[in-house]
Design a protein around this ligand. Structure first.
Ligand code: GLV
Length: 316
């Protein structure tokens, strides 16, 4: 089998795949194959191993005349035309298991950083712009606050576990309530989206990017939040209308935000860059040495099990 990996990832996690199949990575010194390069190479390959932001389009799927499986290195898969792949009988897989805990860590870290002003103080301390008074640099405690989780899937639940340990109360909104057993683990209460907006001290977005979740945070929904509320987004940028969030942060209509993902992908809205009440990270929710290899091993397992039998994490 011939496997094309689009990104020059650490090889450790791929060792089993490399042993079994003919695997092509970008050459040393090249970060990733471009879309055009993949388009040219794909007719030769049985497997495409794409990254979360690599577009797997109709055009590419048509060119992939030998393609049997696209194994996406991500939990999300909106970079792939799944419907068209399904029509063509091409299997799409993803990697939910290894991304769950690190993404929840990131949401928790952003929450702490915004509410306790860690990044803000660090920045101002270095430039001598910081006062040390007991009433300077005030933030908000997590203990006793209400966390509203939008999207109570695996990452939402992993965040609930952390937040419960930090003494937070958990409410959530989801397409439908989760199993009562899961609710009882976190003392989590299902509420409507409007209740979530009104009652939460922190809202964490943990839902996929779909037409239903697009711009779920916007001028109107922000106006229903507490003036002390914080928004955390480790899911996907388009869940937030970034311009309208920046306006609300600038006018202190809400307290703060922690964002790991952006509407423009790697392009962060200029409006956010000048604000001290937002913490910005470059989509590093899964960016640890450990997780990079775990994700590579997981995509490899999906591919090997697809051909040899065994569990495959399919999305279609
Ligand atoms: C990361 O953003 C992922 O979808 O795994």
């Amino acid at each position: 089998m011939k496997v094309l990996v689009t990104y020059n990832m650490f090889r450790d996690g791929y060792s089993e795949l490399i042993e079994k199949y003919d695997v092509t990575f970008p050459a040393e010194g090249q970060e990733s194959f471009s879309y055009e390069e993949v388009l040219e190479m794909i007719p030769e390959y049985d497997v495409l191993q794409s990254m979360y932001n690599f577009p797997v389009t109709k055009e590419l799927l048509d060119k992939g005349v030998n393609l049997k499986i696209v194994s996406n290195y991500a939990a999300g898969f909106e970079n792939i035309d799944v419907d068209y792949a399904t029509q063509k009988g091409i299997v799409i897989t993803n990697t939910p298991d290894p991304v769950t805990e690190p993404t929840a860590d990131m949401a928790m870290g952003l929450m702490l950083s915004v509410m306790r002003r860690i990044a803000d103080c660090d920045r101002r301390l270095r430039t001598n712009e910081l006062e040390w008074g007991l009433l300077d640099n005030l933030g908000y405690s997590l203990w006793g606050k209400t966390l509203g989780i939008y999207g109570m899937g695996r990452i939402g639940q992993a965040l609930a576990r952390r937040a419960k340990a930090a003494g937070m109360k958990i409410i959530y909104n989801n397409r439908r309530p989760v199993d009562p057993h899961i609710e009882s683990l976190y003392d989590a209460k299902y509420v409507s989206f409007d209740e979530l907006l009104a009652a939460s001290d922190v809202i964490s977005l943990n839902a996929p990017n779909t037409p239903q979740t697009h711009h779920i945070i916007n001028k109107e929904t922000i106006s229903k939040m507490k003036p002390t509320a914080t928004i955390i987004n480790t899911a996907r940028g388009p869940l937030i209308n970034e311009k309208e969030l920046a306006d609300a942060l600038r006018s202190r209509q809400i307290y703060g935000a922690g964002l790991d993902v952006f509407e423009g992908g790697h392009k962060v809205s200029e409006e956010l860059l000048d604000l001290d009440n937002v913490v910005l990270t470059p989509h590093t929710g899964t960016q640890t040495y450990d997780v990079r290899n775990e994700m590579a091993a997981f995509v490899s397992r999906n591919i090997i099990n697809f051909f040899e039998g065994g569990t495959v994490c399919r999305v279609n």
